[in-house]
Design a protein around this ligand. Sequence first.
Ligand SMILES: [Zn+2]
Length: 263
Amino acid sequence: MCLSCDAASRRGFLRLGLGMAGLSSLPRVVQASLKKPLIMLDPGHGGHDPGAIGASGLYEKTVTLATARELQAALLATGRYRVSLTRASDRFISLEDRVGIALERKADLFLSMHCDHLPDETLRGASIFTLSEKASDSLAATVAQDENSADGRGAANVSPQVASILASLETRAMKLSSATLQDDVVASFSGAIPLLPNPKRSANFAVLRDPSIPSALLEMGCLSNALDEKRLRDPKQRRQLVARLTQAMDAYFKDPASRRIAG
Ligand SMILES: [Zn+2]
């Protein structure tokens, strides 16, 4: 076991209120399981909030839940992770509660899963966002406004006090880990999954605001584009998406920067 893994494990035990002596009394299977990082997948929208709706009638909330479940199964099958979902059925959860669930379960990584709906129907492909008080471009600002409106309140217009808290929350370590995940997803998608131009974006997303969990928001494709809608509806093509996301998670958790945070 390397030093960073060992340190991460010890932090995990302290969170659980277990000293190292207490840990050794646990069954070996439980000990091994506690060392696995917990990935929290957040299927966007749900219940009365369908999210974006494609031209042929595909709901964003349906695609996000289906893909999150498929990704959960694929990640669990590796034996390397624990995986939870913020919602496992078609129900509405506020953005604040989604973050609360990740915090309560002490997730090591938070991935919010969505689909775009852009004014330009010719645009297609995935993109991945990290938190930034200031949007990387006008398209990123619009996407954040759409996703934040799930709670019926625009999160882009925050008070100066909140803005200052947000700025201070963007710690270097968290930014580094979230950016690492963003890099890993784009690298694993390249050549296999269509990507929007400039797929690495940043904006002020409500679900990315927790300072203690590395997080990113994935737009898996554009429901405003007929080809992307078809791709996201097709279970076979979603399998490819899931395989690439699993590859990205493997790359992320192998990275020393993320190991320092995990645990
Ligand atoms: Zn969405």
